[in-house]
Design a binder for this molecule. Sequence first.
Ligand code: APR
Length: 235
Amino acid sequence: MHFCRMKRIVVFTGAGVSAESGIKTFRDSGGLWEEHRIEDVATPEAWRRNPGLVLEFYNQRRKQVLSAMPNAAHLALKQLEEKFEVQIITQNIDDLHERAGSSKVLHLHGEIRKARSSIDPGLVYDIEGESLLTGDCCALGSQLRPHIVWFGESVPAMEEAILMTSEADVFIAIGTSLEVYPAASLLLYAPEQAMKVLIDPRASRDKAGKEFTIIAKTAGEGVPELVHKLLNNYV
Ligand code: APR
């Protein structure tokens, strides 16, 4: 009996997939960082220098995420699961992929709804939408920190992400400037023979590579169109 396994689709998303949910991207004009410099709120030095400011910065982002809703792109990616084995690998710290119903989501840069011990990275707590305050401690008595990968910190999930990408039949990148490493290097691990697509209104050919099909549209428009095509005539 010929067993044809479900085709594997790896979807690599960045801030652009959540832009139409009202969550600002980082590098678009008026991006998130404008009222704060990255080095003041998203680095280990910032945490040592002024933990209260860092906690407040992520409390604001957590409130914004909670008030956002998944958009047509997130929902279309869930539909892909009808016919494909779908693995989302996201640079985003929001939970919109999960809330849209995607069942396999790997966060490369952490998750806004989680906090962790600042002495034992294995101690992670789901804090839902709560604010994280000075004095909130882990079971070992250390100050809880956002469960976020800050600039200059390693990306623990990168190895797993590379393995998943290396087994993809289809690799779709959505809404990422491909400027932050090592995340952006993921594109290099998609197999030669895999179908490769980049969806981004300002997609840069030079960053994606010539083997990528570029769909220069927003996620809300381009993702449902691509999903429809894949569900209806990809074999
Ligand atoms: N639909 C699709 N793409 C969009 C949309 C949209 N509606 N609006 C903007 N974009 C694209 C932009 O053209 C840009 O290429 O989304 C991308 C956003 O790029 P960045 O702001 O750099 O976000 P991202 O690539 O996810 O940043 C990577 O950098 O700031 C750090 O850790 C943070 O995970 C983040 C990482």
